[in-house]
Design a binder for this molecule. Structure first.
Ligand code: NAI
Ligand code: MG
Length: 493
């Protein structure tokens, strides 16, 4: 499907979408929320504004499905087969889904195509394989008598999935496929700022042959639909990706009924570049590590530490790279960076830029936003940043990089301590060709993931954070087991 056809198809699809999916039926709501294209600042559609009543109905449907003999008796191989079919359907419709995502959240079409056709498809296939491989352990016991002791990894029940707007389709696919692979049923609450691709996913889940109620979708604001889902007594586990503040609110609500939570929250991830780094790879790697998706990435490398000997060359290289990035609507061929999601997000990011200036950081690069509509923020690089600045401590979630310098003779522990000076701990990055440095940084950096010399998302590896970046892990075996609970069985004979 060519670009034009994909966008025409996406527009037509969005115009008729926006209802809730409850028990296999699309349900309209009287109150609607407009859905914006952040590149044009115009409405492209609307969603039903759900709240506690719709959440109640969706959780009831998910519970009925979970308890139904058909779901309980479905062999794991059948869940796997349906998930593999889902991956094939996503792959089939990559161009249309990517165009839906681009229109709704602004990300460049090249990027959404890769995130849908490669990332999301791959994560569904990866999780599909776990459906048949979640078996428990056979355990040797020491108590007197003769026992067969083993564990069963049983699905926790109805999962509540709450997703953000920065990479909604990929995140929704990841959570939905892990929950279904584990044998849970689910209710998903899309981000009201970019809900459309999740609704398309729900259609494909039905097309793949999952029964009514296995996946339900309730649209609406976080404070009504989201909060009602997080607080619902019928929800056994909440899997949330989004801001730290909302994550904390969700954890408080879950505490009342001792529900399980996994929280994938924000970050302020450090990047350490040593003097022996391969600069031809490190410069584009570090630049896209913060500027990709216009900085709206939880794992963005937003605090950069560069060794003195290469400092000037590196910062100049970054500025030159950033100067070549083209800002424009994600729909347009050749746009490298799209707009931010909303006017509020743009204003928030610009307030951080102003704070960095006021706090005495030096602006070494600032791109230009295109004329015309769109919530654009140009890529911005500050050096002479200090660890106490707000722009260095807080998650900006925009294309803003703060650079700091470390001495040529600094001890590795000292460099790591600077990098670790954050409330967050989602990801950490280093660039070096020295094995001693690489291994030491891998051990010293406090983060859920450490990536040395550049790497993308690997679904076989657990992903998540320490500190205020969250708790629990997605991806890997851990990510699917997070939707299960071990039951211990002892049979005497
Ligand atoms: P948010 O965390 O409020 O929104 C994420 C999701 O949570 C949305 O679906 C929203 O409707 C829902 N939600 C909001 N309040 C809720 C509540 N009380 N109970 C249940 N669900 C609720 O994020 P927001 O306000 O859109 O963005 C603000 C900041 O959050 C960004 O500037 C960024 O720093 C951070 N963020 C981090 C993300 C990540 O991937 N870690 C993703 C999105 C935002
Ligand atoms: Mg939108």
């Amino acid at each position: 499907m060519d670009r034009e056809t994909a966008f025409a198809s996406a527009r037509a699809w969005i115009a008729q979408a926006g209802n809730h999916l409850i028990d296999g039926e699309w349900v309209a709501g009287a109150d609607r929320i407009e859905v914006l294209d952040p590149a044009q600042e115009t409405a492209i559609g609307s969603i039903a504004a759900g709240g506690p009543a719709e959440i109640d109905a969706a959780v009831a449907a998910a519970t009925r499905c979970f308890r139904s003999p058909g779901w309980r008796a479905m062999p794991p191989a059948e869940r796997e087969a349906r998930l593999l079919r889902l991956a094939d359907l996503v792959e089939r419709d990559t161009a249309q889904i990517a165009a839906i995502e681009t229109l709704d959240n602004g990300a460049p079409f090249g990027m959404t195509q890769a995130m849908v056709g490669k990332g999301a498809v791959s994560s569904i296939r990866y999780n599909a394989g776990w459906a048949r491989r979640l078996g428990g352990d056979q355990v040797d016991v020491s108590v007197p008598g003769r026992f067969h002791a083993f564990t069963r990894n049983e699905p926790v029940g109805v999962a509540g999935l709450i997703v953000p707007w920065n990479a909604p389709f990929a995140i929704a696919c990841n959570k939905v496929s892990a929950a279904l692979a584990a044998g849970c049923t689910a209710v998903i609450k899309p981000a009201e700022l970019a809900p459309m691709s999740t609704l398309r996913l729900a259609e494909l889940v039905m097309e793949a042959g999952f029964p009514a109620g296995a996946l339900n979708v309730v649209n609406g604001p976080g404070t009504s639909a989201g909060a009602a889902l997080a607080a619902h007594p019928g929800v056994a586990k909440i899997s949330f990706t989004g801001s730290t503040a909302t994550g904390k609110a969700i954890m408080r609500q879950a505490a009342d009924r001792v529900a399980r939570v996994s929280l994938e929250l924000g970050g302020k991830s450090p990047v350490v570049v040593f003097d022996d780094a391969d600069l031809d790879r490190a410069i584009p790697g570090v630049a896209m590590g913060i500027f990709a998706n216009s900085g709206q990435v939880c794992a963005a490398g937003s605090r950069l530490f560069v060794q003195d000997a290469i400092y000037d060359r590196f910062v100049e290289g970054l500025a030159a790279f950033a100067a070549r990035l083209r800002l424009g609507p994600g729909e347009r061929e050749g746009s490298d960076l799209g707009p931010l999601i909303s006017a509020a997000q743009r204003d928030k990011v610009e307030a951080y830029v102003a704070s960095a200036r006021a706090d005495g950081a030096r602006e070494v690069f600032r791109g230009t936003a295109p004329d015309g509509p769109g919530f654009f923020v140009p890529p911005t690089i500050f050096d002479q940043a200090r660890p106490d600045m707000r722009a260095v401590r807080e998650e900006i979630f925009g294309p803003v990089l703060c650079v700091m310098r470390f001495a040529d003779d600094a001890a590795l522990a000292e460099v790591a301590a600077q990098a670790n000076d954050s409330d967050y701990g989602l990801s950490a990055y280093a660039w070096t060709r020295d094995l001693e440095r690489a291994q030491s940084m891998a051990a010293l950096l406090q983060a859920g993931s450490v990536k040395i010399n550049g790497a993308g998302m690997e679904f076989a590896l657990p992903f998540g954070g320490v500190g205020e970046s969250g708790l629990g892990r997605e991806n890997g075996r851990a990510g699917v087991l997070a939707f299960t609970e071990p039951k211990s069985v002892m049979i005497g004979y």
